[in-house]
Design a protein around this ligand. Structure first.
Ligand SMILES: C[S@@+](CC[C@H](N)C(=O)[O-])C[C@H]1O[C@@H](n2cnc3c(N)ncnc32)[C@H](O)[C@@H]1O
Length: 249
C-alpha cells in the first residue's frame, strides 16, 4: 500500500518536474531568440512587442532565411513588429530586395509608417493598405468570408517579379474562419517554386488546418515548430534558428 502510494507520488512529481523543465527551456529559448533580434536595433530604440506580435522564433527563422538564402522578393501579411525587423535587416544587409507588408487596418498601417520613418527604415518596405473584403470563391476555404482586397493586391503586384519568401501572420485570426488561408491560392502564380513560406500561430485549429491545405496546393510537406509551420526548399541552406539543448533530468 505504502509502496503504491510512493510510486503514485513519484509519477506525479516526475511529470511536474518534466513540465517545469520544458517550460524553463522554452523561456530560455525565447530569451535567446530575443537577444538575437536585439542585434538589429540600437540601445535607444524600442520596437513594440505586444501579444499580437509574431513569435520571436518565427521572425528569427524568417530573418535567417532572408540573410542566408538571399531572399529578393518578400511579402508579409499582417504588419507590426515583424515589419520593423525585416525592414531593418534589409537595411543592415544593404539589400535591394523588395518587401511588401500587407495590412488591413488603415490606422495601424499609418501608425506603422510613422514609426518606420522614425526608425529610418521606411525606404525598405512598402506598406500596402488593403481592407478586408468578401473573398472570391476560388481563394476561400469552407466558411471563410473575407480576406484582403484582392483587387488592390492584383494592381500592386502587376508586373512584379515572383516572391521568394512569404510570411503569413494576418489577417487576425478572429476576423473570419480560416482567415489566413487565401495567401497561398492567391499568390500561387506569383511565387517561385523554391520560395519559403511561413505561417504563424499553428497551435490554433484553423491555422493547423490551413497548413494541411497548403501542403496540397504547394505539393510540398510542411515542417512544424511549436508556434509556426514552414515550407522550405531542399536546395536552400538550413536556416532554422539555433536550438538550446534541454537539460537532462
Ligand atoms: C497577428 S497581427 C500581425 C502581427 C505582426 N506580424 C507583428 O509581428 O507584430 C495581425 C493583425 O492584427 C492587428 N494588430 C497588430 N498588432 C495589434 C495590436 N497591438 N492591437 C490590435 N491589433 C493589432 C493588425 O491589423 C495586424 O495586421
Amino acid at each position: 500500500m505504502i509502496k503504491n502510494l510512493k510510486n503514485k507520488i513519484k509519477k506525479i512529481v516526475d511529470v511536474r518536474v518534466r513540465l517545469l523543465r520544458d517550460q524553463q527551456h522554452q523561456n530560455q529559448q525565447i530569451i535567446f531568440n530575443h537577444s538575437q533580434l536585439k542585434q538589429l536595433f540600437s540601445e535607444d530604440c524600442f520596437i513594440p512587442f505586444s501579444g499580437w506580435a509574431i513569435s520571436p522564433s518565427t521572425i528569427l527563422h524568417v530573418l535567417n532565411d532572408i540573410t542566408i538564402n538571399e531572399r529578393k522578393c518578400i511579402i508579409e501579411f499582417g504588419s507590426g513588429a515583424s515589419t520593423f525587423y525585416i525592414a531593418k535587416l534589409l537595411k543592415v544587409l544593404k539589400s535591394d530586395a523588395i518587401f511588401y507588408s500587407v495590412e488591413s487596418d488603415e490606422k495601424w498601417a499609418n501608425e506603422l509608417k510613422r514609426q518606420l520613418k522614425i526608425h529610418g527604415v521606411s525606404d525598405y518596405v512598402r506598406v500596402i493598405y488593403a481592407p478586408l473584403k468578401k473573398v472570391p470563391d476560388n481563394y476561400s476555404l469552407e466558411e471563410q468570408e473575407i480576406w484582403y482586397d484582392t483587387q488592390i493586391l492584383e494592381e500592386t503586384f502587376n508586373g512584379q517579379e515572383k516572391f521568394d519568401l512569404i510570411l503569413v501572420d494576418g489577417p487576425f485570426g478572429g476576423s473570419t474562419p480560416y482567415a489566413r488561408y487565401s495567401a497561398i491560392p492567391f499568390l500561387r502564380k506569383l511565387t517561385l517554386d523554391q520560395a519559403s513560406v511561413f505561417l504563424d500561430d499553428i497551435h490554433r485549429t484553423d491555422e493547423a488546418f490551413i497548413l494541411k491545405e497548403w501542403e496540397q496546393l504547394l505539393g510540398r510537406k510542411a515542417k512544424t515548430e511549436e508556434r509556426y509551420g514552414f515550407f522550405k526548399n531542399n536546395s536552400s541552406f538550413e536556416v532554422k534558428p539555433f536550438q538550446l539543448s534541454k537539460p537532462a533530468l
